[in-house]
Ligand binder design. Structure first.
Ligand code: HEM
Length: 154
């Protein structure tokens, strides 16, 4: 089970990034060009939030079955000094949780805004902050302390 969830978590990251970039692009162009908030814009918002929440659930699931986290929990005093283990036990999980909360708040705030420009502006601001946090917290293959493959086979 663990390798499958890990591979899924790795793969869904790309879908999350594509969806967020799409919504952010639409949001800035809609905001600055004063476009109408279309059904397609709303669909993109909904799909991005679904993907972000799926990724969150996979991450949470990993937190309970990962041997890395098990080691982190059982050997906290020692593990907290090991950058790679601490990254997944603390930094990655907490930062991603914050990003998911910000993106969720942004999405629901945008939904409630009265004008189309306000909807676009709200999405642009909240999603950009969320995306930056996600980009910083992903264990990229070039990361100096928690490098992970860009694509993990199932
Ligand atoms: C949008 C949110 C998230 C993204 C984009 C993301 C992305 C990633 C990526 C790319 C990996 C490396 C996978 C691999 O080794 O192939 C990873 C690992 C991991 N993530 Fe996330 N993650 C997110 C949210 C979370 C959350 C919220 C949690 C926990 C509550 C979490 C827990 C973990 C754990 C425990 C691992 C490492 C598991 C292991 O190596 O055993 N992730 N994540």
């Amino acid at each position: 089970m663990y390798p499958v969830i890990l591979a899924l978590h790795s793969l869904v990251r790309w879908l999350v990034l594509i969806a967020l970039l799409l919504v952010i692009y639409k949001a800035y162009s809609g905001w600055f060009s004063r476009k109408t908030f279309s059904k397609a814009d709303n669909k993109a918002r909904i799909w991005s939030i679904i993907l972000v929440h799926i990724e969150f659930i996979l991450g949470l699931w990993l937190y309970f079955i990962s041997p890395v986290i098990e080691f982190f929990r059982n050997n906290f005093k020692e593990a907290v000094h090991q950058k790679d283990v601490r990254f997944f036990g603390m930094e990655h999980s907490v930062m991603m949780l914050i990003a998911v909360i910000l993106i969720t708040i942004g999405s629901s705030k945008a939904k409630r805004k009265k004008t189309d420009t306000e909807k676009f502006r709200t999405l642009a601001i909240w999603f950009t902050i969320g995306l930056i946090i996600i980009l910083i917290s992903i264990p990229w293959s070039f990361s100096p302390f928690a490098a992970r493959p860009a694509f993990r086979p199932f």
